[in-house]
Write a new protein. Structure first.
Lengths: 571, 283
């Protein structure tokens, strides 16, 4: 098996992110499975950031910590990450610029700035030179580098200069690096996979689902969804509004949805806090909306650029009063795409809010995935009446009491019927009321939608040993790490499996109980401090976890972290 | 032809003599005179006595949260510019709880008509001071007297509101004319309406207003003059102007959205295969 982990470290503003993205793309183009994540501070310049890129000839589902090649753009990157290097690992750095490094056979100086100035006349290209150097270590195909660089920077002057820079870096290493580097990355042929982030997958999912309106206020790590969609207006017929705050955002998408189009907002915990009352408005007025909650470490401003899974119970209980909702938590970039499509379908079918809960790790990590098969996208707009159906109906009641709880929906102006709804409790016609009987009938009607919704929630993913001694229980973005951990433990001969939820609310009570009834030890794996899914499991099924592997330092859970903690849990 | 009877609504829960009745008559009259059928109208209202107005007439109705009238109203207009969108709220709703939305809807210039029933007091919660209560106005929650009020019209002019007007609930005919002009205006039309509250505001009464209000005559007042408009917007005391205070048409938000060049979003087809070309960017 071929697996190589690259890391690019440096200050914000040194091109760490763009170099990491290009490197990921170059490796994906060579047919490798890629998983890449970003770690950065909440600042525009300076500080320390890094971008990890893992390339493998097998599926790469998570980050992997030991570093084979470190591109150190500054001394701090060496100091911080030297201890993470594998035995044969190489640190590429610019010895002209970074002095006083401890002696180590892993350090390999490449005069990055000098090469950048000589080859491209621009010292901003040091990151490109470094990429060439790193890929030369693995004897990667030079042509792929040039192709990707030209796509990334364009075929003009900038593109040509970058090709010259990457080639010069590559050639320098080929001429000067005399030691044996253990990893060789030979292109594998199939370079047809997509490379995309969780947020990009959500944005594409929204477009495929026919989302026509988005209102959102910029907030890390959700912002790149609106940035992607904002300039797709003309071709794909979507309007993206950046309003004054998150309160406006959620109330805008309610208005847009009431007027007849699929509508989206995206935010992180703090912004979601401001959306609380609006979410209830969507529930009360039975207006379909999709809200992406890209979690970051809280409470309050917390760790703005870092990951956490601490908003699950908040998402399930957001807003006062009781009303139906769905909470979906994608595990992977593929999931992010397909669950976004599903979120729009569920929202319209049940005329209620759907929350798509992700986190910084999934939102801004890049992964390879087979191209999404758009022929599999189905659009279910639910009980949406046409002009003809409304004409036949005669009298239209927006909140008609039905057995399923779902009332036929009409679009103002387009259907001809008057559509009336109210944030106050209302009667079938949508006018405000206060009497106990109507209130009870409308409450029961809305809550009946939960029964249908529950049937549309997928069962947990189960993977691993058939007769497990240990069962890992998790949700959302930790799936990849859990799955790799299961594989590693099984290799050691221990019977282990995982039960993972991507569709959490309404809670799949029967399926989860069935999947866990034989479990001897259930260990919750969650990127939070209180094991929120474990709590939910106990509330919904009565099952109790026997152990917890938690992490709440703002950093993602890796397979190695699970293994290390597992040893303590089962010793 | 649309008739007043077409706009007949349910029974009202307002106090007898409430200024809201004059506003309701003016709204109906404006819509009838413009020959707009109820199914083409979307009324979005907030919470407060003003927020109940749509229920007492006819149209598509979205009664939303306190202070949140403008975001859904403006978004609905983006989705379907053929809807006649009227946002309705009170002074607490629009200038207090929803003040931020007010500033930014003006700036973006959505083609929505916004009626603010300004009675300078909270009615639904029974008589507390509002953002527009006169300075010194004593209530249970402001025993030391209210602070200086906001000047919504001046705020709107500072924010380049493209249509800024003030009406009086005690003069339905004049008010109906303003609402008509607001609906016909391409862009955000603010109509702040002086509305006596017969139960909780014993200072700013019908009689108090009648002694003070005067109509701006367009023959000797130029509503395109921003400096003059600022002065009129802050004229409050012995004389209070009503009419169009400031008018300066400019491109609406909807006109600037490329996605709307192919017609209302609500009529644009959903086609997942359109995304195929985007997927290629990621390979």
């Amino acid at each position: 098996m071929v697996n190589i982990n690259f890391m690019i470290g440096g200050e914000a503003g040194q091109g760490v992110q763009s170099a990491g993205h290009v490197l990921s793309k170059v490796l994906a183009r060579g047919g490798y499975h890629v998983f890449a994540d970003q770690d950065y501070e909440s600042r525009v310049r300076g500080g320390h950031s890094f971008f990890r890129v893992r390339a493998s000839d097998a599926e790469a589902r998570a980050i992997s910590e030991p570093v084979d090649v470190l591109i150190a753009m500054d001394k701090e990157s060496i100091d911080l990450h030297q201890k993470e290097m594998t035995k044969q690992g190489i640190i590429i750095f610019d010895g002209d610029k970074i002095k006083d490094t401890a002696k180590s056979k892993s350090l390999f100086s490449v005069p990055l700035e000098r090469i950048a100035l000589e080859s491209g006349k621009n010292k901003l290209m040091v990151n490109t030179v470094a990429l060439g150097a790193a890929l030369a270590l693995a004897s990667y195909d030079k042509q792929i580098l040039s192709n990707v660089i030209l796509e990334y920077f364009g075929a003009g002057e900038v593109g040509k200069e970058n090709v010259a820079a990457i080639t010069a870096g590559y050639d320098y290493v080929k001429a000067n690096f005399k030691n044996e580097f253990s990893h060789k990355l030979t292109p594998l042929g199939n370079g047809k996979r997509m490379l995309l982030s969780g947020n990009e997958a959500i944005a594409l999912g929204a477009l495929a689902a026919g989302c026509k309106f988005m209102a959102a206020y910029p907030m890390t790590p959700a912002t790149s969804i609106m940035e992607y969609l904002a300039n797709k207006g003309k071709d794909l017929g979507i309007v993206v509004v950046q309003p004054e705050d998150e309160i406006a955002a959620i109330n805008m998408i309610i208005g847009a949805s009431f007027a007849g189009v699929r509508s989206l907002t995206a935010t992180s915990g703090g912004g979601f806090c401001l959306m609380v009352e609006g979410l209830g408005l969507a529930g009360m007025t039975e207006t379909p909306i999709v809200v992406v909650l890209a979690q970051r470490a809280g409470p309050a401003i917390g760790l703005p650029t870092r990951t956490e899974q601490a908003d699950l119970e908040f998402a399930i209980h957001t807003s006062h009063g009781e009303f139906p909702r769905a909470v979906l938590a994608p595990a992977t970039v593929e999931d992010a795409f397909w669950l976004t499509v599903k979120a729009f379908n569920l929202a319209e079918k049940y005329q209620t809010p759907v929350i798509l809960i992700t986190d910084q790790y999934l939102a801004s990590s890049y992964a390879t995935a087979d191209k999404f098969d758009l022929s599999q996208v189905t659009i279910d707009r639910g009980l949406l009446l046409s002009r003809e159906e409304l004409a036949k109906l005669g009298e239209y009641k927006r909140h008609q009491v039905t057995e399923s709880g779902i009332s036929p929906r009409a679009i103002p102006l387009e259907g001809g019927a008057l559509v009336v709804t109210d944030s106050d409790e209302h009667n079938e016609e949508g006018h405000l009321i206060e009497d106990a009987e109507t209130r009870t009938a409308q409450m029961l009607k809305r809550l009946r939608k939960m029964e249908g919704l529950r049937k549309d929630i997928a069962e947990p993913r189960v993977y691993g040993a058939a007769q497990p001694e240990i069962t890992l229980l998790g949700w959302g973005s930790t799936y990849g790490a859990m799955r790799e951990a299961v594989d590693l433990v099984m290799k050691d001969g221990l019977a282990i499996n995982l039960v993972h939820l991507s569709e959490i609310w309404p809670f799949p009570v029967e399926a989860a109980a069935r999947d866990l009834q034989e479990a001897k030890k259930i260990i919750a794996v969650e990127n939070n401090a209180t094991a929120q899914l474990a709590h939910l499991l106990r509330a919904e099924t009565g099952y109790q976890v026997t152990g917890k592997i938690l992490k709440f330092d703002g950093r993602p859970i890796s397979p190695a972290y699970i293994l290390k903690q597992l040893k303590q849990e089962v010793r | 032809m649309v008739k007043i009877a077409d706009y007949a609504g349910g029974p009202s829960a307002w106090c007898p003599g409430c200024g809201n009745f004059g506003i309701l008559i003016a709204v109906k009259r404006a819509l009838v005179e413009l020959d707009i059928e109820p199914y083409r109208v979307l009324m979005v209202s907030g919470i407060g006595q003003a927020g109940k107005l749509p229920h007492y007439t006819k149209g598509n109705i979205l009664n939303v949260l306190h202070g949140r009238t403008l975001p859904p109203a403006t978004a609905a207009k983006i989705v379907n510019p053929e809807l006649v969108v009227i946002a309705i709220g009170g002074d607490g709703d629009g200038y207090g709880e929803g003040g931020n939305h007010f500033l930014h809807a003006l700036r973006r210039n959505h083609d929505v008509t916004y009626l603010v029933h300004n009675n300078q007091v909270y009615g639904l919660t029974k008589g507390q001071a509002s953002p527009t209560s006169d300075q010194g106005f004593v209530t249970k929650t402001t025993p030391q007297g209210a602070s200086t009020p906001v000047y919504p019209l001046a705020l709107a002019i500072a924010d380049e509101g493209s249509f800024v007007a003030r009406g009086f609930a005690g003069d339905s005919e004049h008010l109906a004319g303003l609402i008509k002009a607001g609906i016909q205006h391409k862009g955000f039309a603010l109509i702040d309406i002086l509305q006596p509250c017969v139960t909780f505001n014993h200072k700013n009464t019908y009689a108090w207003y009648r002694e003070r209000v005067y109509k701006l005559d367009e023959s000797n007042y130029d509503p395109t003059n921003k400096i003059a408009a600022f002065e009129k917007a802050q004229e409050w005391g012995d004389k209070i102007p009503i009419g169009i205070i400031y008018r300066k048409p400019r491109a609406t938000f909807e006109e600037r959205m490329p996605a709307l060049s192919k017609g209302p979003l609500v009529r644009q087809k959903i086609d997942p295969t359109q995304v195929e070309k985007l997927l290629k960017d990621f390979i």
